[in-house]
Design a protein. Structure first.
Length: 365
């Protein structure tokens, strides 16, 4: 093997298999707070960095997993392109591998899709110390089990992501941001109403009586939507930092949420259908909430018991995940036996010795 960085990773995995010690896959460590336990000897992927190939005319980039996310986005921006799902940074130093492994998208998720929708191919170092590749660099190469996309949100339990090929898109030629003073129920109703119309809504956020919409697309479409929707225009100099702060959890809501978590509360990420009404929390426990993705993502900060949140999410047709705070109830929503069995079979197929990130996704994985 001619690549000494890759050879070192392979050697580490072979050693871990022989010695029986687990490995904790680590990039920029910007999402260490997310998921279950961090166990094992650190396996640093940051030396595995760089853009392997980039064809702007083909809207495809292939990049090594240790590459800083910020560096990739800068290279795309130079060509007027972007990762449309707006992956959160949370802190400096996040890597492309961590972006895929966490599978978290930003404000545009409801309009453009999530991380997995843009993964065309991947190269993986599995638990047998084998380097295997899946998918390719075009959509038509995806056939059978879509393993490359399976890695999105896997939290590193299947193996070490070495390289990924991603679909990219041109940056929208025009954007505008509008805000409306609305209560939660009215905001949800309006979002559902607008969601059924051909409007270029690329992001939305409701908190504390204020609904903010972002429009993106052709200039004529954005201007027509502004006239149709009304609302109060937000100057670009204010709008851009707002959406970036929302993406990276550095805006006012998440700043307050993190302070509340330090005082003993929990920040929940609740996924429900866009048409779900206001979450019904029995006993009316005190909580703060922010709504994104046209109503499909609800952030809730509360001291209410986990059972209350999870039952409320289930009644609305969704599920709840502990994003920050007390992890004792289990970070991710419990799986049905059949789903858990499938996850265990995947883990055993890719990582038979359970070397990688043990317990990071679920205790039995």
């Amino acid at each position: 093997m001619s690549d000494p960085v890759l050879q070192n990773l392979v050697d580490r995995v072979q050693s871990a298999r022989a010695d029986g010690h687990p490995l904790l896959i680590r990039g920029g460590h910007t999402k260490a707070f997310y998921g279950e336990a961090l166990q094992g000897q650190p396996l640093d992927i940051r030396p595995l960095a760089g853009i392997s190939s980039y064809e702007p005319s083909e809207l495809v980039v292939t990049v090594r997993a240790g590459t800083w996310l910020a560096d990739l986005e800068a290279a795309l921006a130079d060509q007027g392109q972007c990762l449309p799902f707006e992956p959160p940074h949370y802190a400096l130093g996040g890597t492309v591998g961590g972006m895929v492994a966490a599978g978290i998208a930003g404000p545009a998720r409801a309009s453009v899709g999530g991380v997995r929708d843009y993964v065309l191919g991947a190269t993986l170092l599995n638990g047998r110390a084998e380097v295997v590749s899946f998918g390719g660099t075009v959509m038509k190469n995806v056939a059978g089990y879509d393993v490359a996309r399976l890695l999105a949100g896997s939290m590193g339990v299947l193996g070490v992501i070495l390289e990924v090929s991603l679909k990219v898109l041109p940056r929208p030629p025009a954007t505008a941001t509008l805000r409306f003073e609305l209560d939660e129920a009215t905001a949800l109703r309006k979002l559902n109403e607008w969601g059924g119309q051909p409007l270029p809504i690329s992001a939305s956020a409701w908190w504390d009586g204020m609904l903010v919409l972002r429009l993106s697309g052709a200039a004529a479409a954005v201007q027509a939507a502004e006239k149709q929707l009304g609302g109060e225009p937000v100057e670009p100099a204010m709008a851009a930092p707002f959406w970036q702060g929302l993406r990276d959890h550095q805006d006012e809501f998440f700043t307050k949420a993190q302070a509340a978590v330090q005082a003993g509360a929990t920040l929940w990420r609740v996924s429900v259908p866009q048409t779900a009404p206001t979450l019904d929390l029995p006993g009316n426990p005190a909580h703060e909430r922010l709504i994104e993705w046209g109503g499909a993502q609800r952030w809730v900060v509360t001291n209410a018991p986990a059972l209350v949140l999870r039952e409320a999410a289930a009644r609305a047709g969704g599920h709840a995940v502990v994003f920050r705070g007390d992890k004792s109830p289990g970070v991710f929503a419990p799986l049905a036996p059949a789903q858990l069995g499938l996850q265990q079979r995947l883990k055993n197929a890719f990582d038979p010795e359970h070397i990688f990130n043990p317990g990071r996704l679920y205790p039995d994985l």
